[in-house]
Design a protein around this ligand. Structure first.
Ligand code: NAD
Length: 489
């Protein structure tokens, strides 16, 4: 049972504790993994601290760090099928989605491999012939990386690849629900030659194994992806030593459809927007806003197709959607459905568990569509993180933007229209970190990802995703130093 990785060695938890990892498709046990106590996390942090203060990695040429990331990408390609299979067992998503995730993870490692040595700093014009000045970038130090259960491998790569490229050392803690592919990824990093102590892995409950990454004075930066409530706790804990904080939190993302859009495509993509991975996507287009003249027909078409979504095992060809991650999460979704009904939303599809006996042991829930929703409803205001679509109606462009921005979150949104000027106006007016025009969900390793408002702080991916893990230092030299004589006495 040695899946903690501390100072280059695989270890069990000090007190021997383990946890069962559950397959959400049928509730069966997939594996027993080590369950770290707080002391294990503190040991991992100390190892990362030593590796940063005394090790070679922060001083390794950036091009060499990049070359190592490229080797990791090669190993990921070699193990793609095993990793995808494991991700599907652990999360319930379809194998097709897991394969796409691994491809994306490879792209992320290749992107930061290439970026590692591209922007070492810059020369600053001092305005003086006797002074030279430059900005250099240095690693932040020890990083605590905390990831969620919906995209375990992908979210780990968004943090590990830039943190390594910049020369940091780190401790990563994946979600206790889905640790399997992160364990495998850390194995690949070790195989690729990451020096001892540079990457450390702890597994276990957030408040026990994860909390030290946010509150330890030995950690310089904490990067967290997860829910809003946990994000606030991380921020408070990080205040102790004023560590740098990066947060990728939830979203309540508007998917805005104008009457002049290609409606057939927009219906199809509205399903993709919200029901991908059973709605357990931070950027899920769970809030459909449709222009009044096409509203009834559009929403009916979405509901009719939602009713036909095939649920099943992610490993079986033809499955379109898997289960929710856990029994507790399904109960939360059922609570949102009850609240929507109580507040007067009209149920058009789903709203129940599937009837098929072969799905009875898993945590399945039918794709659900509600019409007649209003922005005051709880199901519209809060992130459900499940297969629930709420539809609201708007009249004018101004009203669409106003509704789309009426949320505490600001992660992502989309606009569907054939009017190019309108598309640009709406994209400019939406207060969300990503806006798609006539599309939903694509993201690129080379484009920044992150949230406005309560969807987070900072950016992952793109050049800014590397800068999160670097400190800018100003080095100024006077080439002709002389006394100033300001204090003549
Ligand atoms: P969560 O907040 O429950 O847990 C996330 C991680 O934090 C887990 O590893 C958990 O163990 C850990 N954790 C929990 N309490 C902690 C504490 N006190 N100290 C330190 N660590 C702690 O979130 P989740 O349920 O795993 O993930 C779902 C959430 O993640 C959703 O809100 C979703 O929107 C968000 N998410 C956001 C993005 C994004 O890019 N913005 C991407 C994926 C998921």
């Amino acid at each position: 049972m040695s899946q903690l990785f501390i100072d280059g060695k695989w270890e069990s938890a000090e007190d021997g504790q383990t946890r069962a990892v559950i397959n959400p498709f049928d509730g069966s046990e997939l594996a027993q993994v080590a369950e770290a106590a707080e002391a294990d996390s503190r040991r991992a942090i100390e190892a990362a601290r030593r590796a940063f203060d005394h090790g070679t990695w922060p001083r390794t040429p950036a091009a060499e760090r990049g070359a190592l990331l490229d080797r990791v990408a090669d190993l990921l390609l070699r193990d793609k099928e095993t990793l995808a299979h494991s991700e599907t067992l652990d999360t319930g998503k379809t194998l097709g989605e897991s394969r796409a995730d691994v491809d994306d993870v490879i792209r992320v490692f290749r992107y930061y491999a290439a970026l590692a040595d591209k922007n070492p700093g810059r020369i600053v014009d001092t305005g003086s012939p006797t002074a030279v000045s430059r900005i250099v970038y240095e690693p932040v130090g020890v990083c605590g990386l905390i990831t969620p259960w919906n995209y375990p491998l992908l979210q780990a790569s968004w943090k590990l690849a830039p943190a390594l490229a910049a020369g940091n050392t780190m401790v990563i803690k994946p979600s206790e629900l889905t640790p399997l592919t992160t364990i495998a990824l850390v194995g690949l990093l070790a195989e690729a030659g990451v020096p001892e102590g540079v990457v450390n892995l702890v597994l276990g409950a957030g408040p026990v194994a994860g909390a030290p990454l946010a509150d330890s004075p030995l950690v310089d930066l904490v990067s967290f992806t997860g829910g809003l409530v946990t994000g606030r706790q991380i921020m408070i804990a990080a205040a102790g030593n004023v560590k740098k904080v990066a947060l990728e939190l939830g979203g309540k993302n508007p998917n805005i459809v104008f009457a002049d859009a290609d409606l057939e495509t927009a219906v199809d993509q509205a399903l993709n927007a919200v029901f991908l991975h059973a709605g357990q996507v931070c950027s899920a287009g769970a809030r459909l806003l449709v222009q009044d003249t096409v509203y009834d027909g559009f929403v009916a078409a979405v509901a009719e197709r939602a009713d036909r979504i095939r649920l099943g095992s992610g490993l079986v060809a033809g499955t379109e959607s898997g289960p929710l991650i856990s029994a507790a999460h399904r109960e939360k979704i059922e609570g949102y459905v009850s609240s929507a009904l109580a507040e007067g939303a009209r149920l058009l599809a789903g709203g129940r568990r599937p009837a098929e006996p072969e799905l009875a042991d898993g945590f399945f829930y039918r794709p659900t569509v509600f019409a007649d929703c209003r922005r005051s409803m709880r199901v519209v205001r809060e992130e459900t993180f499940g297969p629930i679509l709420t539809a609201e109606c708007f009249h004018t462009e101004r009203e669409a933007v106003e509704l789309g921005n009426d949320t505490d979150y600001g992660l992502a949104g989309a606009v569907w229209t054939s009017d190019g000027d309108r598309a640009q106006r709406v994209a400019a007016a939406l207060r969300h970190g990503t806006v798609w025009i006539n599309d939903y969900h694509p993201y690129l390793p080379q484009a920044e990802w992150g949230g406005f408002k309560q969807s987070g702080i900072g950016r992952e991916l793109g050049p800014a995703g590397l800068d999160e893990y670097r400190e800018a230092k100003h080095v100024y030299q006077n080439t002709d130093p002389r006394p100033l004589g300001l204090f003549a006495g």
